[in-house]
Design a protein around this ligand. Structure first.
Ligand code: 13P
Ligand code: SF4
Length: 372
């Protein structure tokens, strides 16, 4: 019997095995892609690991991925992103297309902060306070980071979906039609966008779904312009004003650029604010030698850092801000779904029921038609 090497820790052995498996998965993906050819398109979000996103035929922010998803000709769309993105691709795609999420556990913790039952309760309570059909006065807007049935709710009530890159256009569109906006699930995107449009912070109230009437008085609801759902992104809430102070203290010439899912106090201090695509474009266009501290997910920041070694690119926070759900998609998962397709099997299909799909499509189509 071979002697066991007791000097190598068990964890190190497991890690070595995983690295080997992932290296082998890269080759498996290449082989499967070659066989599948034009039958498959891979879409990838900027927060994906390099080992996965390198295989994307198209990488972008949520808005670009929705636009691109609607144009795909291939029968199979493999979505290297999170569940709500795959659902949106299924809603916008053709009936004969199949959308696949390489790991079904890749969700979004912010999207999970609002569900249909809670939103229906809120809508009924708003109706009670306004003493009128809320549809007369309130436009519902859901951030794309939400379940398909919430998009359907919005579609059914005349509202729209928005992303981080068109939230201002969506709010303008809404205020042209109704007096108030009910914005879910991300309070920060709603507040930051409303503030940039000149809406006073006091007129943007926070709806807590775990409190009767959102924890608000009738007067607060009646005076509000925007009713913000109490939801947030656990990754972006880690960026704090003191991180901005610290970078500016050590590098007075640094540029601070953040995603609008960050809290208002951070966004107010930043030099630039925008979606992941906007952040990518800004760093690409920046002068060599310029300095940047970025408030968004670490995989994207590290990629930009490696792509532009002639610029100083750093994460705004001293802690690794990782989207752990996005990270769940590994090269092993991608290899697995592709190899199954080669064998003629569809696994991990994301399929939105037809009735939900039709209504949700109304809201997504509105989003794509609103000028940015
Ligand atoms: P973008 O639309 O800017 O890519 O953002 C998506 C997201 O989930 C950010 O946390
Ligand atoms: Fe959701 Fe935040 Fe991850 Fe974006 S970064 S997918 S909002 S958990």
């Amino acid at each position: 019997m071979a002697a066991v090497d007791m000097t190598v820790p068990v964890d190190a052995v497991a890690e070595a095995t995983l690295i080997e498996q992932e290296e082998a998965a890269i080759e498996r993906i290449k082989r499967a892609r070659e066989i599948l050819g034009d039958e498959v398109v891979i879409l990838g979000h900027h927060y994906q690991r390099d080992e996965v996103v390198q295989f994307a035929d198209f990488a972008g922010d949520s808005y670009q991925l929705s636009q691109e998803g609607a144009k795909v000709k291939a029968k199979y769309i493999v979505f290297a992103g999170v569940h709500f993105m795959a659902e949106s691709a299924d809603i916008l795609g053709r009936d004969d297309q199949v959308v696949i999420l390489p790991n079904m556990k890749a969700g979004c913790s912010m999207a999970d902060m609002a569900n249909l039952e809670q939103v229906l309760t809120a809508w009924a309570e708003l109706e009670d306070v306004l003493m009128a059909d809320p549809e007369q006065q309130i436009m519902p807007i859901t951030y794309i980071n939400s379940a398909a049935n919430l998009k359907a709710f919005v579609g059914e009530h005349g509202g729209t979906v928005c992303t981080s890159s068109n939230a201002e256009g969506a709010l303008k569109w809404a205020f042209d039609r109704r007096e108030k906006v009910f914005f879910f699930p991300d309070q920060h995107l709603g507040r930051n966008t409303g503030k940039a449009m000149g809406i006073p912070v006091e007129q943007m109230v926070l709806w807590d779904p775990f409190q009767p009437y959102g924890g608000l008085t009738d007067e607060q609801i009646l005076n509000a312009r925007i009713i913000l759902w109490k939801g947030h992104c656990s990754v972006h809430q880690q960026f704090r004003p003191e991180h901005v102070d610290l970078w500016r203290k050590h590098h007075p010439d640094i540029n601070i650029i953040v995603h609008p899912e960050c809290m208002m106090e951070v966004v107010d201090m930043a030099d630039y604010v925008g979606s992941t695509a906007y952040i990518g474009k800004m760093i690409a266009a920046a002068e060599p030698g310029s300095k940047w501290a970025i408030g968004t997910e670490i995989h994207m920041v590290n990629r930009l850092k490696n792509q532009y070694p002639d610029k100083m690119v750093q994460l705004l926070s001293p802690f690794a801000c990782l989207c752990s759900t996005m990270y769940r998609i590994s090269p092993l998962d991608l290899a697995n779904v592709l190899e199954n397709l080669v064998e003629g099997r569809v696994i991990n299909q994301v399929s939105v029921p037809d009735d939900v799909k039709q209504k949700a499509k109304l809201a997504l189509d509105r989003m794509l038609s609103i000028p940015k």
